[in-house]
Design a protein around this ligand. Structure first.
Ligand code: MF3
Ligand code: CO
Length: 250
C-alpha cells in the first residue's frame, strides 16, 4: 500500500529531510584526503545527537547494518560499510544517509570527488546528479510513476552509461522502504498514478561499464561486477499540486 502523507506529516518529513541534507553537506566538506570512512561515520553520530534524530540505517536489515552512514568508494556503488580505509585524492565517494526524526525518515545520497578527479569521473557524477534532477522534474500529480523511471533511465543511457537494475528507489515515510518501488529505467506508462502526499526516494545508480553488481564478503557493500566506476544520488521528494518538493535539501 502506498501511504499518502497529510500536510502535517510532510512538514515533519521536511524537518527529517533537512537534517539529512545538512549532515550530508557537513560530511561532504569533511571527506578530504587522509580521513577514513570510520571518521566520517563518527561525525554523523555526533551531528545526529545534536539534532535529536535516530540513525535509520544502524541495525537495519540482515545482517544488521553496523553503521550510521553508507560510504562507497570508486567501484563500490551502495551500502559500503565505513572501515579504516583511508580516502585519497582522486577517489569518488558516495555518502548515503538516513535519519529518523519524530518517527519519519529522510533518505539522501550524493557522490563527491575527493580533491582532483579525472574528467571521466566528473562527467559520471554530473550525469548521475542530472538524471536525479530530471526524474524530480517530471514528478507531478496525475503522471504515472513510470514517467520518473523513464526520464531518469533515458537520460543516463543517452549519455552512454549503465543504469543499475538490481536496486531501485522507494516510497518513504515511517518506514525507510515503503511502496512503491521506483526503478531507474522502464517505460513511462507503468506504475501507480502520482498523487499529492506521496513521498518518494529517487535514487539513480549509474555505472561507466557493466551495470551488473555483486555484494562483497561483508554481506553489505555492493560494487560493480567489472570494477568500473559508479555513482549514486538520492533525494526524498514529496508530490505536491505542482512541482515536486525536495525534502532533503540543507
Ligand atoms: N539509502 C539506502 C536505501 O534507500 C540505504 C539503506 S541501506 C542500510 O536503501 F542498510 F544501510 F540501511
Ligand atoms: Co533510499
Amino acid at each position: 500500500m502506498i501511504t499518502i502523507k497529510s500536510d502535517e506529516e510532510v512538514k515533519i518529513m521536511r524537518e527529517a529531510g533537512r537534517i539529512v541534507g545538512q549532515v550530508l553537506q557537513i560530511l561532504a566538506a569533511e571527506a578530504k584526503p587522509g580521513v577514513t570512512a570510520r571518521d566520517l561515520d563518527k561525525i554523523v553520530r555526533k551531528e545526529y545527537v545534536k539534532r535529536g534524530c535516530i540513525p535509520t540505517f544502524l541495525g537495519y536489515g540482515k545482517p544488521p547494518y553496523p553503521a550510521t552512514v553508507c560510504i562507497s568508494v570508486n567501484d563500490e556503488l551502495v551500502h559500503g560499510i565505513p572501515t579504516d580505509r583511508v580516502i585519497k585524492e582522486g577517489d569518488i565517494v558516495s555518502l548515503d544517509l538516513g535519519a529518523t526524526f519524530k518517527g519519519f525518515v529522510g533518505d539522501s545520497a550524493i557522490t563527491i570527488g575527493v580533491g582532483e578527479i579525472t574528467p571521466e569521473a566528473q562527467k559520471l557524477i554530473d550525469v548521475t546528479r542530472e538524471s536525479l534532477m530530471r526524474g524530480i522534474g517530471v514528478a507531478r500529480p496525475g503522471e504515472r510513476l513510470g514517467v520518473i523511471s523513464n526520464a531518469i533511465g533515458e537520460y543516463i543511457e543517452s549519455q552512454g552509461y549503465g543504469v543499475v537494475r538490481e536496486y531501485v528507489g522507494h516510497g518513504v515515510g515511517r518506514q525507510m522502504h515503503e511502496e512503491p518501488q521506483v526503478p531507474n529505467y522502464g517505460p513511462p506508462d507503468r506504475g501507480p498514478v502520482l498523487r499529492r502526499g506521496m513521498v518518494l526516494a529517487l535514487e539513480p545508480m549509474v555505472t561507466i561499464g557493466d551495470w551488473h553488481t555483486k555484494t562483497l564478503k561483508d554481506q553489505w557493500t555492493v560494487s560493480t561486477i567489472d570494477g568500473s566506476l559508479c555513482a549514486h544520488f538520492e533525494h526524498t521528494i514529496a508530490i505536491t499540486d505542482g512541482e515536486a518538493e525536495i525534502l532533503t535539501l540543507p
